[in-house]
Design a protein around this ligand. Structure first.
Ligand code: NDP
Length: 358
């Protein structure tokens, strides 16, 4: 039993909590409303927390206190520690609230509390869980990449370095736009149970690095530059779709007349009470942001240069399995909320995810 590895996520998560509490934070109002009807207030400081954690980690490595590939060496122990912590957390957060009458298993999986907070309103647990997951993922990426470079000092794979840079971009992008995520499904439609709690504490930081987990020990596959360039283009095309759609909707929710990028007036469908965007990214398909996530994941799988190894493909596959049913759920939710207006939007924008196809 690797006790050191097992304890590592517990220590890292405690450090992230401490940094989240003490580092300066942006105070914003979100989209979800509290019991008093006012939008909930949040403290957001994801980027500083990530930077300080990585700086502390790198300092410990540079001082020789930790090997640069510490989390690679202890990956199975760390995974076991994170899985256990995720289970303990999920059980605790579910048992902390009275039953909503949906049966224990459903409540354990989906949660009972909608927006749990601790230390007064200082820590919103949903946003904290995403912060912890993102930070641990970044440390895993750096350690796994370090393992590859240490093992292949003169012949490191450019794909591994690009993968690490691109997935780090994904992490930093999420934390930079933390506020935009206050307007997403997880925040307004989900409760905190195993899915979100275990998902962020165990699945997100470890599974999202599955590409490196399964290829960091392999040598450089020697892919040509065009291959790497194609993978980078696929990744950033996906990023433009996902980030563009999220930002367009975010500004629209803040101000329905907002001109996207200062140029494009929103095209909308409206019924006198509600308005829905049907222009720009939201006119291409109803969830082109999901296509963007899948393309980003595909770019990551490709860039490693091992198309015959199954590991890197598990990541885009996971997005397909997650996002296609999620689109159906969101469709039902929106149909119930917007009624005939949603039907009108669906007529104007018939494709669910993939323009012209699906
Ligand atoms: P969306 O951002 O697509 O949000 C859906 C909601 O947006 C709907 O419930 C509705 O909410 C509103 N909406 C839908 N259509 C319109 C429209 N035409 N005009 C205005 N509002 C509309 O989905 P998610 O919240 O699921 O995802 C947010 C982001 O997070 C996406 O980019 C997604 O890909 C990403 N994501 C990333 C994951 C990851 O692990 N990397 C996992 C899951 C998601 P309302 O009632 O407020 O109008």
């Amino acid at each position: 039993m690797d006790l050191v590895g097992f304890c590592t996520p517990w220590v890292v998560y405690a450090l992230v909590l401490a940094l989240h509490l003490v580092l300066p934070a942006q105070r914003v109002r979100g989209y979800v409303r509290g019991a008093d009807g006012a939008p909930l207030a949040y403290r957001l400081n994801g980027v500083p927390v990530l930077i300080v954690t990585v700086a502390l980690w790198a300092t410990a490595c540079a001082q020789g206190l930790l090997p640069w590939d510490f989390l690679w060496v202890h990956r199975w122990g760390a995974l076991a520690g994170a899985v256990t912590l995720g289970l303990v957390f999920s059980l605790a957060i579910v048992l902390a609230a009275p039953s909503t009458g949906r049966g224990f298993l459903a409540e354990f999986y989906l949660g009972r509390l909608e927006n749990p907070r601790i230390l007064g309103d200082r820590v919103d647990l949903k946003m904290f869980l995403y912060l912890v997951g993102a930070t641990m993922l970044e440390l895993n990426l750096l350690s796994f990449a370090a393992h590859h470079v240490l093992g292949n000092p003169l012949a490191s794979s450019p794909g591994v370095l690009l993968y690490t840079a691109m997935l780090s971009w994904f992490v930093l992008d999420y934390l930079f736009f933390e506020r935009v995520h206050l307007y997403t499904y997880d925040l307004f439609a989900e409760r905190v149970g195993f899915k979100l709690g275990w998902g962020c504490l165990a699945f997100y930081p470890f599974f999202y690095a599955v590409g490196l987990w399964t290829t960091a020990a392999l040598p450089d596959p020697g892919r040509p530059t065009w291959w790497l360039a194609l993978a980078v283009v696929v990744f950033f095309a996906g990023w433009c779709l996902a980030r563009g759609a999220n930002l367009q909707k975010f500004f629209f929710k803040l101000d329905p007349n907002h001109r996207f990028l200062g140029l494009f007036a929103p095209g909308v469908v409206e019924d006198g009470t509600h308005r829905l965007l049907c222009s720009g990214f939201w006119g291409i398909s109803r969830h082109v942001n999901y296509l963007g996530e899948i393309l980003m994941a595909t770019g990551l799988a490709l860039v490693l240069g091992w198309p015959g190894v199954i590991g890197p493909w598990l990541y885009p596959l996971y997005y397909v399995v997650l996002l296609f049913p999620r689109e159906r759920d969101d469709h039902r939710r929106c149909a119930a909320k917007y009624g005939a207006l949603w039907d009108e939007y669906c007529r104007r924008v018939p494709r669910r995810i993939v323009p012209g196809l699906y």
